[in-house]
Design a protein around this ligand. Structure first.
Ligand SMILES: *Cc1c(COP(=O)(O)O)cnc(C)c1O
Length: 471
């Protein structure tokens, strides 16, 4: 049964390379939705575990065949659901190398080259996103853990200023931390607060305008109620409308009171890589921490998020670990585990390194601007049809669409159009609730989307709308 790694690995990798090639090739032509039902997938994939196992080539071969009908073509050019990027070829190739190298990405001594690639990706990110160049960065699984990491650094620092060491002494008996959020804060902020012992229901809520942006006056009112340690969470890129809080103004006011300002910017931060959209996140550079994703707009494979913190000692204090067998390094090396909640981990910054090196500043900017222009094109093409309304200001890459027709309930109609588009398989997008009503939500963040894809998809959406109205 035991074979040399090389004997067994090469044929398997060849099989996988072929299958991956087929999948990538088909992504532009296959139905964007998954065609299999959950019952079907359980029949083919949910087998009984055997005593003696199965040959590796059979495992991989069956996986390739049986998973296929249960895969979404979300790497393809006509997937506009949630906010989900694809994988740029260079990022995918780098991701394969990451697995083949299989270095423990936590420690310099366990993987010197990945550690240096990570510190380089860190430096390039601060450059592209134009954030303070001495900020620290941790490479985490996604926006959820980036928010959690940044807020842990915030928790450390606001309590340190109040004379409390939260890492040593925990929260029991600690000074109360005030948390201020916009009414449109993303779901992951609440789970981050929950994990950090700050509670997901104790925050002060700031009113927002029709695009979901915090109102500065409401923020002032809430801040005025706060004494002592205070953390403010702002947002760059509302997950529905793509709008930005007035971050610059909020930071200015918050910093007068020594509050920590965090920016949840899972995709919106990338506006800062462009000339055209940078103004949306103006002033964000003066915040204290920023959470963003690479697996959304930078189009690297899952999972890849980044926690960036201006005060690197707060960041490190909240995350670092020590153990007898972790010998102190000479000092010059950077250990990735000092900046993230994980200990051993995948060297997940390698695809980020590869894609930034490949695209350069201009390439990142072009990618972001192209997606934004396609969101506007969607809005133009769709709103030309009677009964189609664009609900948001399409400032970035997100468009919200609502459908109306005489004799139809607009919520039901809109949901039915979303379902119809999803099952037609020409493009894929999801639904949402905006201002209490149903909406279709279009997010453009795939590197491979072209103008024709937007035209074909807009046609598919309008055909679905007509089909639903005409029963
Ligand atoms: C996507 C998103 C998140 C969560 O990021 P994950 O990578 O899915 O964990 C948080 N905040 C905003 C604004 C987002 O768009």
């Amino acid at each position: 049964m035991k074979k040399h790694l090389l004997d067994e690995a090469l044929p398997l990798l060849d099989d996988v390379r072929k299958a991956a090639g087929e999948f990538i090739k088909s992504a532009a032509t296959r139905p964007v939705n998954a065609v299999a039902t959950v019952d079907h997938l359980r029949r083919t994939l949910s087998l009984d575990l055997t005593d003696d196992g199965e040959p590796a080539d059979s495992v991989i071969g069956r996986m390739i065949a049986d998973a296929d009908p249960g895969l979404m073509a979300s790497i393809g050019p006509r997937y506009f659901g949630f906010v989900i990027g694809g994988s740029m070829p260079v990022a995918l190739a780098a991701d394969w190398l990451t697995s083949a190298w299989d270095q423990n990405g936590g420690l310099y001594v366990a993987g010197p080259a990945p550690s240096v690639m990570e510190e380089t990706a860190h430096r390039w990110l601060l450059d592209v996103l134009d954030l303070p160049r001495d900020s620290s960065a941790g490479f985490v699984t996604g926006g959820q853990m980036a928010n959690t990491t940044c807020l842990a650094a915030a928790r450390h620092e606001v309590l340190r200023q109040a004379g409390w060491n939260v890492e040593n002494d925990g929260l029991q008996g600690a000074p109360k931390i005030n948390v201020i959020l916009g009414a449109e804060a993303h779901a992951t902020i609440f789970s981050a607060l929950r994990l950090l012992g700050l509670g997901s229901k104790t925050f002060l809520s700031v009113d927002v305008d029709s695009e979901g942006r915090m109102l500065v006056e409401s923020f002032r009112d809430q801040l005025a109620c706060c004494e002592g340690p205070t953390i403010v969470c702002t947002q760059a890129g509302n997950v529905n409308s793509g709008s930005f809080d007035p971050i610059g103004e909020i930071v200015e006011i918050a910093h007068e009171r020594q509050a920590w300002v965090h920016v949840d910017a899972a995709f919106g931060l990338w506006a800062r890589a462009t000339k055209e959209y940078k103004h949306l996140a103006a002033g964000a550079e003066s915040a204290d921490s920023w959470a963003t994703d690479a697996h959304k707009w930078l189009n690297v494979p899952y999972d890849s998020g980044i926690a960036i913190v201006r005060n690197s000692s707060a960041h490190r204090a909240a995350m670092t670990v020590s153990a007898a067998y972790l010998e102190p390094s000479a000092g010059a090396e950077r250990d990735p585990l000092d900046w993230v909640p994980e200990f051993s981990r995948r060297a997940r910054s390698i695809p980020v390194y590869a894609v930034l090196r490949h695209l350069g500043r201009r390439g990142v900017s072009d990618l972001v601007e192209r997606c934004c222009s396609y969101a506007k094109l969607f809005a133009t093409l769709l709103s030309a049809e009677e009964g189609v309304t664009i609900l948001n200001d399409v400032v970035l890459n997100q468009a919200l669409v609502r459908f109306t027709a005489p004799g139809h309930d607009a919520d039901e109609l809109t949901r039915a159009v979303v379902r119809r588009v999803q099952s037609d398989g020409i493009c894929w997008l999801s639904g949402t609730t905006w201002h209490g009503g149903a909406a279709m939500r279009i997010s453009v963040c795939n590197w491979s989307t072209r103008e024709e894809d937007v035209e074909v998809s807009a046609d598919a959406i309008l055909s679905a709308f007509r089909a639903v109205v005409n029963g």
